[in-house]
Design a protein around this ligand. Structure first.
Ligand code: PRT
Length: 107
């Protein structure tokens, strides 16, 4: 299970979004467009915040999974690949020099 990545989920969402399968939540949400998908993501974000503030670790894991899934659907609707976000995160990390400092510490 630990081998499952956001890239795997992005690929599944990409396939299911265009599947035309009426039983697919992804296909339905993708078809309904950005407003609905973003609203759903917002609901999951709020539920994640509530779980965090309550200190409910089980709910925090579950709501985080819902949030990441719905965020990836929003990104699919927007047509922005996950790799664009990872590139931006990598750029920020390189800019801060943190990765370099960590690798120097290991030597
Ligand atoms: N990770 C998810 C995932 N997380 C949440 N959901 C769905 O998101 C929907 C909304 O979640 P909520 O918790 O808000 O449930 P709800 O309150 O009943 O929803 P609403 O009343 O607002 O409709 C539910 O139908 C969940 O099943 C997901 N649906 C799909 N996936 C992934 O997408 C794949 C493809 O799924 P399908 O597109 O359904 O084939 C799956 O194999 C999973 O990997």
């Amino acid at each position: 299970m630990a081998g499952f990545s956001l890239s795997d989920l992005e690929r599944i969402i990409g396939e299911r979004a265009l599947s035309g399968d009426d039983s697919s939540w992804t296909a339905k949400l993708y078809r309904s467009g950005m407003e609905r998908a973003a609203k759903k993501m917002g609901e999951e974000a709020v539920e994640t915040v509530i779980a965090a503030v309550k200190g409910d670790d089980g709910a925090l894991v579950s709501e985080s999974a819902d949030l990441l899934y719905h965020w990836l659907v929003v990104m699919k609707v927007a047509g922005i690949p996950l790799s664009d976000v990872m590139t931006e995160l990598e750029r920020r990390t390189a800019q801060s020099g943190i990765a370099e400092k960590a690798s120097r510490k290991q030597d």
